[in-house]
Design a protein around this ligand. Sequence first.
Ligand code: ZN
Length: 244
Amino acid sequence: MSFARSSNPAETLPRYRVRHSSRARHVSLTIHPADGLVIVVPNGFDEQLIPGLIHTKRSWIDARLRQFSDALINDEAWLRPARMTLPAVNEHWSIKYQANSSTTVRISTQDKNMLRATGAIDAEVKLHAALRRWLKRRADLALPQRLTELADRHDFSFTRVTIRQQRTRWGSCSSRGTISLNAKLLFIAPELVDHVLLHELCHTLHAHHGDSFQALMADLMPNHRQQRVALREAWTHIPRWAHR
Ligand SMILES: [Zn+2]
């Protein structure tokens, strides 16, 4: 019996998903909380090359997957969270639960720091959906206001802002100037939220990530490159219930 690590790409691979992107110029690997290992490849990329690629990045992937499952285990009672921390708006909510005969779940704000979930709270899917609806309402109040402040301060204009609950993006900007922001931004630090908002505002002037876009970002946020790395990490800080 040998315990030597196989150098054969046919070794048992972690589960992964492949996403084809017309905008990607290189292959990139990310660990996403809902989807696990995601390989983003440019259109036309030969998928047979992927196992070999995973093999060369294996120790990084294993370390990140481990870190991620630790984060999930530490996410105390994620089925019925006892608290919700929203660094973006510096709020810490505790959540109290009260079952009753209703077939739906309602989340209400009790006082400054307490939410109450009432109704079919044992129905995990309904409870999580109700928490996401509350999160979206909170984001509807906070994020457009911050976007407007930043736009005014830096002389940008946008047509419209919508709050959504995207699975894999923090935000996007359409060619018509509609900015979509992810309600899950509430779970990350304010400076990273500003990074995402400014990134989308820069797209109102440059519909790409080329040199002029990068120069504008560097001007607005001198450490934007480090922040980009932090933003990729930040997905692991989002509780499971917040993902559909
Ligand atoms: Zn962009």
